[in-house]
Design a protein around this ligand. Structure first.
Ligand SMILES: C[S@@+](CC[C@H](N)C(=O)[O-])C[C@H]1O[C@@H](n2cnc3c(N)ncnc32)[C@H](O)[C@@H]1O
Length: 273
């Protein structure tokens, strides 16, 4: 659920070369603009969205303010950990691949990632050959994700994988409920924010930002219910290893990882909606 208050976040045109893009972004997100260059310390905003120069041009980033603020958050599918994981990808034995039921790339299922966030899981699924529709309801997180997708699309290393990813900004429960029979995905994948996720997860920069921007996904049980009606074959829910399952029917099976767990709900053979 979008938690951040509009008075806490603003769009800055830190680099004059991207002033027009910043103005469009502020307009699109309904956020105020602040002039960081004029008064970098004085801003009343706790978070600032801005375009900065990266290797391939503009990168959209979210920066927390204040003395203990972590570094900026931006989506990067090509370098860093995700780029490394892509280069290693192809592993049908990965827990995520097993959870969604991938046997080989040629028969990889279609997936609705109902909680896209920063797109890491969706990207791994696309690396494994799945066509993934990503739903993210926070306009701010969706803007960061769209920016990362657009940048990766322009690079040879990312283009083929990115072509399998289709991002929508909106509520996944409503999306799943409105699907026509032929558009139902094989798999619905859920990774909702977990209230009070453990401290080691919280210290991670990405998780700190996500929690600040979207809060807790307290309506996750309703999303599970919608996913169970929408998916043809199975619903997969990622949970912290020792967390309770989401409220609702019990999972058909679970796959344990070192820090996370996948709860798998198999659809009934003639799953009625
Ligand atoms: C823990 S994050 C997901 C992280 C993601 N799996 C990744 O790999 O980056 C949960 C995200 O799901 C989004 N979300 C939760 N419920 C949603 C819903 N019903 N529809 C769309 N997005 C939702 C939240 O806004 C948040 O950004």
């Amino acid at each position: 659920m979008t938690d951040i208050r509009h008075h806490q976040i603003a769009v800055a045109a830190t680099d004059p070369a991207y002033a027009e893009r910043a103005a469009q972004l502020a307009l699109g997100l309904g956020l105020p603009r602040c002039d960081e260059a004029a008064s970098p310390q004085d801003t009343v905003y706790r978070y600032v969205l801005s375009y900065v120069s990266g290797e391939q041009g503009a990168v959209l980033q979210l920066q927390a303010r204040g003395p203990d603020a972590p570094g900026p958050l931006y989506v990067d599918f090509v370098s860093g950990t995700l780029g490394y994981r892509q280069r290693q990808a192809g592993h049908a034995h990965e827990p995520l691949a097993r959870a969604v039921g991938i046997k080989n790339r040629l028969t990889a299922p279609s997936v609705v990632d109902a909680t896209a966030g920063l797109g890491r899981d969706a990207f791994m699924l696309a690396c494994l050959g799945c066509r993934v529709t990503l739903l993210e309801r926070s306009p701010i997180i969706a803007a960061l994700l769209r920016d990362g997708i657009e940048r990766a699309r322009d690079l040879p290393a990312g283009a083929a994988v990115i072509a399998r990813m289709h991002l929508l900004n909106g509520d996944a429960a409503a999306y799943l409920a409105a699907l026509t029979e032929e558009d139902r995905p094989d798999v619905a994948y859920l990774d909702p924010m977990y209230p009070g996720r453990d401290k080691s997860a919280l210290v991670k920069k990405e998780m700190r930002y996500l929690r600040a921007v979207v809060g807790d996904d307290l309506d996750a049980p309703a999303l599970l219910a919608a996913a169970l009606r929408g998916a043809r074959r199975r619903v997969v829910v990622k949970r912290p290893r020792l967390a309770a399952a989401l409220a609702g029917p019990p999972p058909s099976s679970t796959l344990m990882g070192s820090t996370t767990r996948f709860d798998i709900y198999l659809a009934a053979p003639t799953s009625a909606r």
